[in-house]
Design a protein. Structure first.
Lengths: 113, 111
């Protein structure tokens, strides 16, 4: 257990509303990631962080922002939710750094109506 | 072309069967390879890393073929509990060393 907690586990929201998902880790790992998983696409990287206030974009970052003000928390914000952002969102940490295996949280299932 | 490609399956096999999955990758410079397992509505979990010389973990054997740019996963003596989706993962050889996930191969083991 890598000590990763995602909240909320499930959320239904309306188009146009802002939404923030939280990822919390208990082991002070430097690298944290946000992925989304959709049928036929696999896991796609949204944003990642390599330290407090150090973040970078992944391959599907449009419409998302992130913040990392503390080592243990990595927040993902949907500025104005759209139906195309209905997905399962996973947070992950890298224990040994880039290129090493990731450990995932148990996911947030988001539905945008 | 996707960076990492897998046959989505499903592979439907009887208990006790041997089953193999392949995964192809496009970046010949990739250095890190992994297999993950994902149960329905759960998070992916690392099954095993894949080493150049091939490696085995109990009933599971992983192999890497750099010349043909694919990795494989062999499961012997399949159990009902092996039913899951198996994700192939390859690192992207740029400054970020980000991991790229395949869409997964679904395995169903029947009694």
């Amino acid at each position: 257990d890598a000590g990763i907690t995602q909240s909320p586990r499930h959320k239904v929201t309306e188009t146009g509303t802002p939404v923030t998902l939280r990822c919390h880790q208990t082991e002070n790992h430097r690298y944290m990631y946000w992925y989304r998983q959709d049928p036929g696409h696999g896991l796609r990287l949204i944003h990642y962080s390599y330290g407090v206030k150090d973040t970078d974009k992944g391959e599907v970052s449009d419409g998302y922002s992130v913040s990392r003000s503390k080592t243990e928390d990595f927040l993902l914000t949907l500025e104005s939710a759209t139906s195309s952002q209905t997905s399962v969102y996973f947070c992950a940490i890298s224990v040994k750094g880039p290129g090493s295996p990731l450990h995932f949280g148990n996911g947030t299932r988001l539905t945008v109506t | 072309r996707k960076e990492v490609e897998q046959d989505p399956g499903p592979f439907n096999v009887p208990e006790g069967a041997t089953v193999a999955f392949n995964c192809t990758y496009s970046n010949s410079a990739s250095q890190s390879f992994f297999w993950y397992r994902q149960d329905c509505r759960k998070e992916p979990k690392l099954l095993m890393s894949v080493y150049s010389s091939g490696n085995e973990d109990g009933r599971f054997t992983a192999q890497l073929n750099r010349a043909s740019q694919y990795i494989s996963l062999l499961i012997r003596d399949s159990k009902l509990s092996d039913s899951a989706t198996y994700l192939c993962v390859v690192n992207r050889m740029d400054s970020s060393y980000k991991l790229i996930f395949g869409s997964g191969t679904r395995l169903l083991v029947r009694p």
